[in-house]
Design a protein around this ligand. Sequence first.
Ligand SMILES: Nc1ncnc2c1ncn2[C@@H]1O[C@H](COP(=O)(O)OP(=O)(O)O)[C@@H](O)[C@H]1O
Ligand SMILES: [Mg+2]
Length: 226
Amino acid sequence: MIEIKNLTKDYQSGATVVKALRGITVDIDSGEFTAIAGPSGSGKTTMLNIIGCIDSLDSGTVKIGDQEVSTMAKVEKSYFRRENLGFIFQSYNLIPVLTAYENVAFPLNLLGLSEKEIKPRVMQILKEVGLEGMENRIPSKLSGGQQQRVSIARALVKNPKLVLADEPTANLDSNTGREILDLMLKMNEKHNTTFIFSTHDQMVMECAKRLLYLHDGAIIRDERRE
Ligand SMILES: Nc1ncnc2c1ncn2[C@@H]1O[C@H](COP(=O)(O)OP(=O)(O)O)[C@@H](O)[C@H]1O
Ligand SMILES: [Mg+2]
């Protein structure tokens, strides 16, 4: 499903060049539950942002399904993101003035669906993530774990091919982090959604079915486990 070949990315930082990715080559199949592990600065966010069509690449190719990301124009990338990708962030990135329901409905509004089509889908996914009865709360009236559940529901509500999560448990205590990982795994199995998430947390790595270890912008290990 995802084919990455010789991917490189440099950042200019003042007078010095930071080699954030130095030739990443990897294939990820549909339905995989893959963690990108590695210390801070190893290139995890850069890799996720390039796969997620948020950041541009310098050389190499990134193919998602039959779409070649590296040749897409900015506007094509934004359509592609809207239709095919879901995102989960470390700091949830919910809209503070919208309720849980409205935050989850937001991506469907962008796709132009009617309220009649939207409502059952939003109610169903909020139930699946364990937030039944909390639809009308705004984010500040929810715990960190509950806010991350809203963001998982928001990422999944449009049935994306691929969900990208950058350190989704970094702001949560370890028990809550574990629950969030279990929920992502349940969604991966139930909807066969492909997940790629980054982490530097040992507990989170242990939940992955495949582990890609990044070090200084290169994959140094690729482990599969069942
Ligand atoms: N916008 C940027 N400008 C300059 N350097 C950057 C930028 N973003 C990331 N970097 C550098 O690229 C490297 C990889 O960063 P990043 O992908 O954020 O790693 P990680 O997510 O694993 O912590 C680091 O050395 C970081 O300092
Ligand atoms: Mg990062």
